[in-house]
Design a protein around this ligand. Structure first.
Ligand code: LMR
Length: 339
């Protein structure tokens, strides 16, 4: 009898333990389900830039609009991934959002080099119109077969030349100098036609390359020149506005497709608002940076005259011819004719 009661006791104890374990398992499962979806957003520039600020605005809005169901972690200044790694990391879903410079997508689709064709866009507004128009939207969607979704254009501004050797006023002034480029054939060719050399260098290494004289110069927006402190290692700035440095916000397709519809909608709304903010901010911050650079007195400014501009356009003629079939006439015409 005693033995029988003991067996019942042990059986009840085992049952109790099993039920407790199952309950704990369910609880953990429940806790897991309520954990937020984490979006890692990596970029290479400073937090004080249009891209840096817009990424933070997206974080604020995305977390607010999803009621905390999404958590956005923003990693600026190549902290998580630099130029070379961020695209691969996105494809591998090790990061869910990036906003690279359009030029850096040349390996995936050479048509993105439209931003690098010198003196093509008439103005800031023209670039924005192109991105919002049918050709811009087609280009934005062109990476889906690579597992990448283009969510938004973040126009950022025109590029200008800086260098440490001499004022660059006319095409012949570039002879024998070496410039840092972001990537791609158009930029390499642009410098070749000017009689200059070039080297692709990741953004995070440009300051040191200028300081060590690995290269004599580079091309960038006023805001990047200012926030990266290039004036400390450069002497001359040519206000040329010869090409664009704009961004495209990208996400991993598998990640995006896995999101519930309400979350996707909230993120799209957050991104649309962050995009408006970025567009406004890029104009403001570039203007402010231009004033800072002038005030600092460290850089000698030269503004291209209409005649200088014509001289450059003439030198670049072979480039326009070579790249029209690569980029596509419709895209080139849409960019050229946008107002
Ligand atoms: C550069 O490499 O110069 C730029 O693309 C950096 C950036 O993201 O603005």
């Amino acid at each position: 009898m005693l033995k029988f009661s003991r067996n019942i006791f042990i059986a009840l104890l085992v049952l109790f333990l099993v039920l407790t374990l199952v309950a704990c398992g369910n609880k953990q499962e429940g806790e897991k389900k309520s954990e937020p979806i984490v979006i890692k957003f990596s970029h290479v520039v400073a937090e004080t830039t249009p891209k840096g600020q817009a990424a933070l605005k997206f974080k604020e809005l995305a977390e607010q609009k999803t009621g905390g169901k999404v958590k956005v972690e923003v990693y600026p200044s190549s902290q998580l991934f630099g130029d070379k790694e961020e695209l691969e990391a996105l494809i591998a879903n090790n990061v869910q959002f990036i906003a690279p410079s359009v030029t850096k997508l040349v390996g995936l689709n050479p048509q993105f080099q439209i931003v690098d064709i010198p003196f093509l866009f008439k103005s800031e507004e023209a670039a924005l119109k192109f991105y919002q128009g049918p050709e811009g939207q087609k280009l934005l969607k062109s990476l889906e077969d690579k597992g990448i979704i283009g969510l938004a254009w973040w126009p950022n501004g025109a590029k200008h030349f800086t260098n440490s050797k001499r004022p660059l006023r006319r095409p012949e002034d570039f002879k024998g100098l070496k410039f840092r480029t972001q990537s791609g054939g158009v930029l390499e060719e642009q410098f070749k036609l000017l009689g200059a050399g070039s080297q692709t260098i990741p953004f995070g290494e440009v300051y040191t390359a200028l300081q060590n004289k690995t290269v004599d110069g580079q091309e960038n927006t006023f805001n990047n020149i200012d926030t990266q402190k290039y004036a400390e290692v450069q002497k001359y700035l040519t206000v040329s506005g010869h090409g664009r440095l704009d961004y495209v916000v990208l996400t991993n397709k598998t990640f995006w497709d896995s999101l519930p519809e309400d979350i996707k909608k909230a993120l799209e709304e957050a991104l649309a608002e962050a995009t408006e903010y970025e567009i406004k901010l890029s104009t403001e911050l570039n203007q402010k940076s231009m004033e800072n650079l002038k005030k600092s007195g460290k850089l000698e400014f030269y503004y291209l005259t209409p005649q200088d501009r014509e001289a450059f356009i003439k030198v670049f003629e072979p480039l326009y011819k070579k790249y029209e079939p690569i980029i596509g006439k419709e895209i080139m015409d849409a960019a050229r004719n946008a107002e």
